[in-house]
Write a protein that binds this ligand. Structure first.
Ligand SMILES: Cc1cn([C@H]2C[C@H](O)[C@@H](COP(=O)(O)OP(=O)(O)O[C@H]3O[C@H](C)C(=O)[C@H](O)[C@H]3O)O2)c(=O)[nH]c1=O
Length: 184
C-alpha cells in the first residue's frame, strides 16, 4: 500500500497493491494495521454505499463535532471526481480544495480526515461509491456547503448546467456562511 500526499496536509490518496491474474484482481480495500503502519489510525464504524448516474453531484457534506467523520472513499463501478475542502480553523490550507479522479480502473482511494467537507461528481454513466466513516450518521449535526460556491470555484469536471443535485444540496450556504467547529 502506498500513501500519496496532496497539497493539503492529512488529506491523502491510498494506492493499494493489486493482485491481478487470469480470473481478475484482488486487493485489500481496508487494512487497519497497514494504515497504522503509515501513521493513519482511524477506527471506522460505518460503511456506506451509493449509486449515482452521470452528472450527479453529491455534496459538499460534513458532520459537526462532536461527531465529525473521517472517510475512506472508493469507487467500485464507474468514475467520479472526488473533492475535499479543508474546513479546519487555523489550517494554512483553510478553504482550499483538492480533487482526485477515483475509478473502477485506477482503484485509488481517498482518505478524507475529520474537518473536511466532501463531495463528488459522476463522470461515468453510473458510479457505485463505497466509503467507510469513523463516526455514525447524525442528521442533527449534518451540514453542507453549496457545490458551486464562487469562493471555492471547484471544477467538478462536468457541465454544471446538466448537474443532477438534490433539493437539500441546492440549499446549502456558501463557505463564508457555513457553520463549522473544526480546529486544525
Ligand atoms: C449519509 C447518510 C444518509 N442516510 C440517509 C439520509 C437520507 O434519507 C438518505 C440519503 O442521504 P443523502 O442525500 O444525504 O445522501 P448523499 O447525498 O449520498 O450524502 C453523502 O454524500 C456525501 C458525498 C458524503 O460525503 C456524506 O457521507 C453523505 O452526506 O440516506 C443515512 O441513513 N445514513 C447516512 O450515513
Amino acid at each position: 500500500m502506498e500513501i500519496i500526499s496532496t497539497p493539503i496536509r492529512d488529506l491523502v490518496i491510498v494506492k493499494n497493491q493489486i493482485f491481478a491474474d487470469s480470473r481478475g484482481f484482488f486487493l485489500e480495500s481496508y487494512n487497519k494495521k497497514r494504515l497504522a503502519e503509515s501513521g493513519i489510525n482511524i477506527d471506522f464504524c460505518q460503511d456506506n454505499l451509493s449509486k449515482s448516474s452521470y452528472g450527479v453531484v453529491r455534496g459538499l457534506h460534513y458532520q459537526l463535532n462532536p461527531h465529525c467523520q473521517s472517510k475512506l472513499v472508493s469507487v467500485i463501478v464507474g468514475k467520479v471526481y472526488d473533492v475535499a475542502v479543508d474546513l479546519r480553523k487555523g489550517s494554512p490550507t483553510f478553504g482550499q480544495w483538492f480533487g482526485v479522479e477515483l475509478s473502477e480502473e485506477n482503484k485509488l482511494q481517498f482518505l478524507i480526515p475529520q474537518g473536511f467537507a466532501h463531495g463528488f461528481s459522476v463522470l461515468s454513466e453510473t458510479a457505485v461509491f463505497s466509503y467507510k466513516c469513523d463516526d455514525f450518521y447524525d442528521p442533527t449535526l449534518e451540514r453542507g456547503i453549496i457545490y458551486n460556491d464562487p469562493a471555492l470555484n471547484i471544477d467538478w469536471q462536468i457541465p454544471l448546467q446538466e448537474a443532477i443535485i438534490s433539493e437539500k444540496d441546492l440549499k446549502h450556504p456558501t463557505l463564508e456562511k457555513a457553520e463549522m467547529n473544526f480546529v486544525y
